[in-house]
Design a protein around this ligand. Sequence first.
Ligand code: XIL
Length: 354
Amino acid sequence: MTTRRSILAAMGLAPVLAATGAGAHSAFFAPTGTLREAAERRGRYFGAALRPEFLSDERLRRAVLGDCGSLTPEIHLKWDALRPTPDQWTTQPVEELLDFAARHDLTVRGHALLWPQSTPAWAARDIGRQGWSVIEAHFDGVFARFGDRIHDWDVVNEPVGDDGGLRPNLFHRAVGPDYVERALRAARERSATARLVVNDYGLEYDNPVEARRREGLLALVRDLRRQGAPLDAVGLQAHLDLSKGPLKAEILKPFLRRLADEGVEILITELDVKEAALDGGAAARDQRVSDAVDRYLELALAEPAVKGVTTWGLSDRHSWLQSDGAADLNRGLPYDAALNPKPMRDAIQARLAA
Ligand code: XIL
């Protein structure tokens, strides 16, 4: 039988696993095994976002099977991908991903039920005219198709604005400020047990906008919990960005603690690193990326409420973070474009295992 370990051995991964300084005995105590194993040993999960068509690349398949316990469809569960026109459901890519997950004992995160950027124009128009019932009908369609197989949903994606208030998006305009609460309740009506998540970005760094965004998310979570809304977890996208300065313990730790104090779990849902400069050679760039991830996970995984880590892709080849016109790929994911593991992977493993 093919085990994850034998797959890794076949990939020649064993040597690179003896990574990062774990003190004088690091060679002896160096973490070994897959990211999935490292996470699961600590009661967490590790996963990645993916498009099913990437799985035809054998090297990516092996990396996924080696390291992931969870998958997130990168685009195919979004409203515009699922239902480009009112009379057409495109479910085949999600079915493909769910089949793959079921065959290999992986869980799947549902991303995302409501996100303005992935709401098709026809639905935005209908919501403007008919309001809430259009959202209910969408949830009906999605849960009828996938609700038996997906138990972890980003119900609302990116509700917080840069001023810390609710973003005045199409849902807010049509339904009012309680659309987040109503969406959570509607999801719960359709799944009694799924983990229901509000997911957002721009929460990591020491600058005025992100400070407001942190307070805004905390206020939203507090309000939802007070109203008895079925919010189980908060998703932190964690799109790190090397141009935004260092990650600070005095910022991140109290933020995570305060979220946890509201009684929610915390998931890191879209981890990757945007490079500030593509210069310095691959090794130097990979080290900068790895250092940022190491620091982020050092701070985040110290918080027991953090239950899992998902990277937004596994290989640089498929990363959404490509700058227009740049000759070189952004190197902000655990594997390079040829599917060689990079220091970022070692950092994730060491922090998950710590
Ligand atoms: C991105 C995908 O990676 C892209 O391929 C797509 O074109 C746009 O969406 N925050 C999110 C994700 O919640 O859904 C986004 O994914 C990245 C930012």
